[in-house]
Design a protein around this ligand. Structure first.
Ligand code: MN
Length: 442
């Protein structure tokens, strides 16, 4: 079971570790064992922060106060940068050393922690008052399709007789998405307009209209680390070094536009109008206790050699509990709480992040720090864990019932979708990925 393919579990994960930041104790997402990084808008521009309880540790302010010492030049530059790309470019050992330094600074019973607690200048700010920006400049965004139950369910909708195409269990299917329209949680979604198929006696004809089949997709975000040079693939055995962290991703989808355009070259306008990501990057180090075996293949084909690594099969998967909530304008006006649409977990990914990285680069394509991968929509075998409305409505047959009497086949104007992710394991502090929020503009 032991392997060096994923980050080790160490003293920064110890459940008894406490922070002098009081709100961190028992915080459902951001206790001291998590320490995710993000970028907030400071008075003088974007700054890198670490979420701790309901606060943000301003790394530049901490360094200016002399509280983050012993960093090498690359680590120092990464901490001072306006985005996390330079941090993502660090070697895993450098990222880990920085985690250790931040953990010591925020711990209750270390000399570093005592110094930070007594700092003359403020190094903390309230998360509630902090505008979070995109964690990194996203050079490229690729969306995989690794959620096998989504692939089966959605496949049934588009191809009832042939849901899972013969390549699915052999090749990590993906499309190149659009990096320019990736936004942090909270960005408004403007309903896209486009070509939609209308069936007439003369055959199918396009109509140009606002999408009437707007959907969300529950996915994990995978943030790429150092990456590779063009023509030099990353071996699956080394791929873990190139995953800097994780988050939540909503691949907003216009199903009517998608259905008309997707053959033969795949998603385009049906997907490129917005992709939302959670603002906090939960590091590969923080995730160490929440890795899992790759999905059991139950007689399915063994991956080709370039996708197969025994250690990755043992520990390369992810164990994240996932939830999606919806609130409508009417529900909010009536004071009704958001309705949970689904509850599932990330163990139903047919491919591990390492396999995605190995496959992405195998033909020579270069990945760069800050590149973003989507896992693909994650659904469980049970109906309660379906990761998009297309599936929850059984292929637009059975509307979702909401508190207050409303129903939904697809998203209406004023609807807000919230993705949440949490990692729980006996003997470890629970950590969260935070949330990824999006409101369909009225
Ligand atoms: Mn997707």
């Amino acid at each position: 079971m032991n392997s060096n393919r994923i980050a080790p579990i160490d003293h920064t994960h110890a459940p008894e570790l406490r922070s002098w930041v009081e709100s961190a104790a028992g915080h459902p997402a951001f206790p001291i064992q998590n320490l995710p990084l993000g970028v907030f808008r400071g008075d003088d521009g974007p700054r890198i922060g670490v979420a701790i309880g309901d606060q943000v540790l301003d790394l530049r302010a901490a360094r200016a106060a002399g509280l983050l010492q012993g960093l090498d030049a690359a680590q120092a530059a990464a901490v001072e940068a306006p985005a996390l790309n330079d941090w993502m470019a660090l070697a895993p050992s450098q990222r880990r050393a920085l985690r250790h330094a931040v953990s010591a600074l925020l711990a209750a019973d270390t000399s570093e922690g005592r110094a930070a607690r007594g700092a003359q200048h403020p190094i903390l700010r309230s998360q509630g008052d902090s505008e979070m920006l995109l964690p990194a400049r996203v050079g490229d965004y690729t969306d995989f399709y690794a959620g096998i139950h989504h692939a089966i369910n959605a496949g049934k909708f588009f191809r009832p007789d042939n849901p899972l195409l013969p390549n699915y269990k052999h090749v990590p299917v993906a499309y190149h998405g659009r990096a320019s329209s990736v936004r942090p949680s909270g960005a408004l979604l403007r309903r896209p307009r486009g070509q939609v198929r209308q069936d007439t006696p003369q055959g199918p004809q396009p109509v140009f209209q606002p999408s009437a089949r707007l959907d969300y997709e529950l996915e994990l975000a995978i943030w790429i680390g150092p990456g590779n040079a063009l023509g030099e693939p990353i071996a699956v055995t080394r791929a873990g070094d190139h995953v800097a962290g994780f988050g939540l991703l909503n691949d907003w989808s216009a199903r009517d536009i998608q259905a008309w355009e997707y053959q033969p070259l795949g998603a385009f306008q049906g997907k490129n109008f917005l992709t939302s990501v959670s603002p906090w990057v939960v590091t590969a180090d923080a995730m160490a206790p929440f890795r899992a075996p790759a999905m059991a293949r139950d007689g399915g084909p063994r991956p080709l050699d370039y996708l197969y690594d025994e250690a990755d099969q043992q520990t390369g998967g992810l164990r994240v509990e996932l939830e999606v909530y919806l609130s409508t304008r009417t529900m909010r006006s009536q004071g009704l709480a958001p309705h949970r649409l689904s509850r599932g977990d990330s163990t139903y990914l047919w491919w591990t992040p390492a396999q995605m990285v190995a496959h992405h680069t195998v033909a020579g394509c270069d990945l760069q720090p800050g590149d973003l991968l989507g896992s693909g929509t994650i659904s469980t075998p049970e109906p309660g864990g379906r990761g998009c409305l297309l599936e929850l409505t059984d292929g637009v047959r059975q509307p979702v019932q909401l508190p207050g009497g409303e129903t939904r086949m697809f998203l209406q104007d004023g609807d807000e979708v919230v993705l949440r992710g949490q990692c729980r394991r006996e003997g470890f502090a629970t950590i969260g990925l935070g949330e990824c929020r999006g409101l369909v503009q009225d």
